[in-house]
Design a protein around this ligand. Structure first.
Ligand code: BTN
Length: 302
């Protein structure tokens, strides 16, 4: 795979050196992506004390930030990196779906890009991988707005409409496992034309936000959340997850046909489903769930 073409902007430790613990400026090469000013240096400054070889890279276009980091990891590039794309030509979603990051919009305030797309890649050695995708989703909603909810395992919803999606992939290289955590967040309010369920945009809640500001808000907190997950696993996040659980108390249908009432998640992040056959645990990332009933009243929430 050749280098993606076009202008790009990076911030990171000087090439060929190992970052010391402080007091250095990041190097910057290339041009900024188009007319958009990305807070690459500010993010790098916030993250490098936690991840000394961390770098930030912004590309005007790539097929998919996840695909690009997976290719790089397979080629042996295992340093932690934040890769942002102003446009993806082949964005990918969960369960083999595509992710359309160039959603046309009629939102007149969308003077930058309508959808923020980025991937964070880093080698991880967690005690237990289960619940990582929930931990990532939780960090994103907690960084953004109290009204945002999570639809298990990690879709971000506003009221009953999807606002953001997360795709986590891993690759083993030599004795390391590299995780690529891809996030797509609708900033502008997307057009609903041709879609079964209208999506949501962050500007419905935060009219002044644009993609660079959202990136600066979510990434440092996300790195910290991942590091806490590596150390402590999902169990301490169970209660905070329940506070954001869109599905709790609702009747669901799983893509494998199972129907039941959602009862939150267990300490590993598995979905608990109260069915006619008793309480079932849904762990497979290959299962998607769909609410059948309207939201539960506040009194039913845990
Ligand atoms: C989903 O909702 O199914 C997950 C969508 C994930 C989209 C993001 S955008 C950045 C990264 N690159 C991709 O190709 N996918 C993820």
């Amino acid at each position: 795979m050749s280098e993606p073409e076009g202008h790009h902007f990076t911030a990171g430790p000087p090439q060929g050196e190992i970052a010391p613990s402080g007091g250095r400026e990041p190097h910057a090469v290339g041009k900024r992506g188009g007319h958009i000013h990305w807070p690459a240096e500010a993010i790098w400054e916030a993250v490098y004390p936690l991840l000394p070889t961390f770098s930030v890279e912004v590309l005007p276009e790539v097929d998919s930030t996840n695909s690009e980091l997976m290719r790089r990891a397979r080629a042996g590039q295992l340093d932690p990196v934040l890769l942002v794309a102003e446009r993806q030509t082949a964005g990918r979603g969960r369960l083999g779906r595509s992710w359309n990051s160039g959603v046309p919009t009629t939102d007149a305030r969308a003077n930058t890009i309508p959808t923020l797309t980025f991937s964070l890649g880093m080698p991880l050695v967690p005690l237990d991988w289960s619940g990582l995708s929930l931990a990532v989703g939780l960090s994103i909603v907690e960084s953004l707005h109290p009204e945002l909810k999570l639809k298990w395992p990690n879709d971000v919803w506003l009221q009953d409409r999807k606002l953001a999606g997360i795709l986590i992939e891993t690759v083993s290289v030599a004795d390391q496992r590299y995780a690529v955590m891809g996030v797509g967040i609708n900033i502008a309010v997307p057009d609903a034309q041709g879609l079964r369920t209208a999506p949501a945009g962050l500007r419905e809640l935060l009219p002044e936000m644009d993609a660079p500001a959202v990136l600066g808000r979510v990434v440092p907190a996300l790195v910290q959340a991942i590091q806490r997950f590596v150390e402590h696993g999902f169990a301490p996040l169970r209660t905070p997850f329940h506070a954001r659980d869109l599905l709790y108390g609702r009747e669901l249908q799983c893509s494998d046909g199972m129907v039941g009432v959602a009862r939150g998640v267990d300490a590993t992040g598995a979905l608990l489903l109260h069915t006619g056959d008793g309480l079932k645990k849904i762990t497979s990332a290959e299962v998607s769930v769909r609410p059948l009933a309207p939201p539960a009243s506040a009194a039913e929430l845990p």
